[in-house]
Unconditional design. Structure first.
Length: 270
């Protein structure tokens, strides 16, 4: 994925990648050609990166050296660096509290960053690659992306179940990301005291409400921008004070400024 200037600033930054960003409740697909290295970062979501053309290398926080691979799964809040320059890669972000996220965490328990075998990468990403090359619509791409996640997660139906109050709270917050969301307000929606809700949210999601909101808003802003909104409009739509606030959040969470990523030209058939 990479950079076109819709806010009169992209020309000042190097292009890190070119492609598409497609979101759905509980996850997103970032797919395209990588042109630069992603700096050290950590984020709330589980990250799955699958090379469709070429390969990449990754450096986890506890490793001494970069490791080459065609596929990896990074657990939530684990620091890592990523260098996919020249490769075409599908990166999937998965909400850890979802059934798929729980299944992934169970399968890859004990690993900060797990490397996948080439055959498993091929089986997971082959259909997604074919439809990406053909310029398939977002809805179709999202379906194949979620299929790739399920293949790697095993059977999400057997994953540990989430507390229904947290499920309800997340569902209530997602359509309100562009608004101010107060912990007390969310707690009231699921009939809990603020203190009890805070404790339950952290125990169920592994992160604070503020951290979850920042990731969800960043994901929404990136999706909006790749659907044609300016970075300023996307930032406001997702509840950020301004584009600068979005940029700071992106640098911390994904190791890049958002303007270093640009939508690709639509393919025939998209």
């Amino acid at each position: 994925m990479a950079t076109v200037d819709r806010d009169d600033q992209a020309h000042r930054r190097p292009v890190a990648g070119i492609g598409r960003i497609i979101g759905w409740p509980g996850g997103s697909l970032w797919i395209g050609r990588h042109l630069g290295q992603v700096q050290d970062h950590a984020h709330h979501a589980i990250q799955i990166s699958l090379a469709m053309e070429g390969g990449f290398r990754v450096l986890a926080g506890s490793w001494e050296d970069w490791r080459p691979t065609r596929g990896m799964v990074a657990m939530p809040d684990r620091r890592h660096r990523f260098d996919g320059r020249g490769a075409v890669i599908a990166t999937l972000f998965v909400e850890p509290t979802s059934a798929r996220g729980a299944a992934l965490q169970r399968r890859f328990a004990g690993s900060d960053v797990a490397l996948l075998a080439d055959w498993e990468v091929h089986e997971a990403v082959q259909h997604l690659h074919v439809h990406y090359v053909a310029g398939a619509c977002d809805a179709l791409m999202a379906g194949f992306a979620q299929g790739a996640i399920c293949r790697l997660a095993g059977n999400p139906a057997t994953a540990p179940s989430q507390d229904p109050r947290i499920t309800a709270a997340l569902a209530w917050m997602r359509p309100r990301l562009g608004q101010k969301v107060r912990l007390e307000e969310v707690a009231a929606q699921v009939h809990l005291s603020p203190g009890r809700f805070r404790h339950l949210f952290v125990s169920q999601t592994g992160t604070s409400l503020r951290a979850w909101l920042l990731w969800a808003r960043m994901e929404r802003a990136m999706t909006c921008a790749f659907q044609g909104r300016s970075w300023t409009e996307a930032a406001h739509d997702a509840g950020f004070a301004d584009a600068a606030h979005l940029t700071r959040t992106c640098r911390r969470m994904i190791g890049l400024a958002p303007s270093m990523l640009v939508p690709e030209e639509p393919k025939t058939g998209s």
